[in-house]
Design a protein around this ligand. Sequence first.
Ligand SMILES: [Fe+2]
Ligand SMILES: [Fe+2]
Length: 244
Amino acid sequence: MQIVHLSDIHFSEAYFVPEIAESMLQKINQLDPDIVVITGDLTENGFSAEYDGVKEFIDKIECKDKVLVPGNHDSKNAGYLHFEDLFENRFPTRNLGNVTVVGADSSQPDLDEGHLGRENYGWIKEAFSGENFKVFALHHHLVPIPLAGRENTVLVDAGDVLDLLNRCKVNLVLCGHCHIPHVWNLNNMLVVNAGTFCSSKTRGKTTQCFNLIQAENGENNNWNVRVSRVFPQGKLELVTETVM
Ligand SMILES: [Fe+2]
Ligand SMILES: [Fe+2]
């Protein structure tokens, strides 16, 4: 089972780099993933024209199961209304064979901080009640990562959300936001951040990239999980490999 995780497209005249987007698109379509997860900041300002542009781009990704959540930039200027029109739901749940993917909107209109909120904990617990490989997707960080600067990128209720996901035995958390690729392994739960997919908003010396997660159901119902990063020229770099 292959999951492609990309984030922070920032579709706009100012920041979207078409050549990089095109080469990344070709690479994804070659990989032929089972699921594509996009963790927000699809647009720069949440404007209607930006949403139309990014929708056209996302439609070129050849995968029938795409799970998307909005980021703080998508909720600017009441952009969450366009998100709902184009992508149906800001809190998507999908059961695909032996994989459950739950996405949640952690954005708050016109604020940069992320917040999930106690009102969402119950249905998330319910959605993860089975024995599947469990994936949770959100835009903001769940734990701090290096190079993020003065820490204001973590969900304001991160502690409670971490505890919830751990109790639900979530295998994989996918985040974006700060445009820094990073992986933490916390209590056998991989917390994977993505860099920016194809925008010029790279941070420090990072470059555009996306994540490839390969999970195989092995002996004793364990999962062998590999997380790799893929770069614009197609170079693939293995970041971590674990059994869970
Ligand atoms: Fe972003
Ligand atoms: Fe963001």
